[in-house]
Design a protein around this ligand. Structure first.
Ligand SMILES: [Fe+2]
Length: 181
């Protein structure tokens, strides 16, 4: 049987797993909401607070391929706009504050690409944000150190380095656009 909040949450997601749907996202988000309520005395969470790893894999599902990572971020850390390829992600904040912005990709008639910022929201402890395939976002740690859980529907490192499906954007003349050729 499961014996801590991490195992319980991963088992809950495993049992809900299926094709991407509103129901699946709801189920995953509610499991992450519960994970955010875990007591900091649970050894796995106490260790994260003590060690403050920049990047640590907490779980990888051998059958379905979803991954849960923990990240510790210092105030000021900025991750520029990107998407997640074919994957979708949920960011859940355990400690600290992260400002997350969302963007639409706009293509002009001449083929040039720019991002238009839709807005941003400050995500605080106990809260989570969902980004579906195609969504573009950035993150800025505004209250640190922050501890966030990043649930990814697939291995995003693979999606990025092997499949080259993750799009990253660069800022040029005050406009976010695609990287230099
Ligand atoms: Fe992201």
């Amino acid at each position: 049987m499961t014996d801590n909040a991490l195992d319980t949450a991963m088992a809950g997601i495993r049992s809900a797993w299926g094709p991407l749907s509103t129901h699946l996202v709801d189920a995953c988000r509610s499991q992450l909401d519960r994970l955010l309520k875990a007591s900091v005395t649970e050894p796995w969470l106490a260790a994260l607070h003590q060690d403050r790893p920049a990047n640590q894999e907490l779980y990888r599902d051998p059958l379905h391929g979803f991954v849960l990572l923990a990240h510790t971020e210092q105030a000021g850390l900025y991750r520029p706009p990107h998407d997640h390829g074919r994957g979708w992600v949920i960011y859940a904040i355990q400690q600290g504050e992260i400002e997350m912005g969302t963007y639409a990709r706009v293509e002009d008639l001449d083929g040039s690409v720019r991002l238009v910022k839709r807005g941003s929201t400050v995500v605080r402890p106990g809260q989570a944000q969902v980004y579906l395939p195609g969504d573009i976002h950035d993150t800025r740690c505004i209250g640190g150190p922050a501890l966030l859980f990043r649930f990814t529907e697939r291995d995003l490192k693979k999606e990025d380095k092997d499949e080259h499906r993750v799009a990253r954007y660069v800022e040029r003349d005050d406009v976010w656009t695609v990287g230099s050729p």
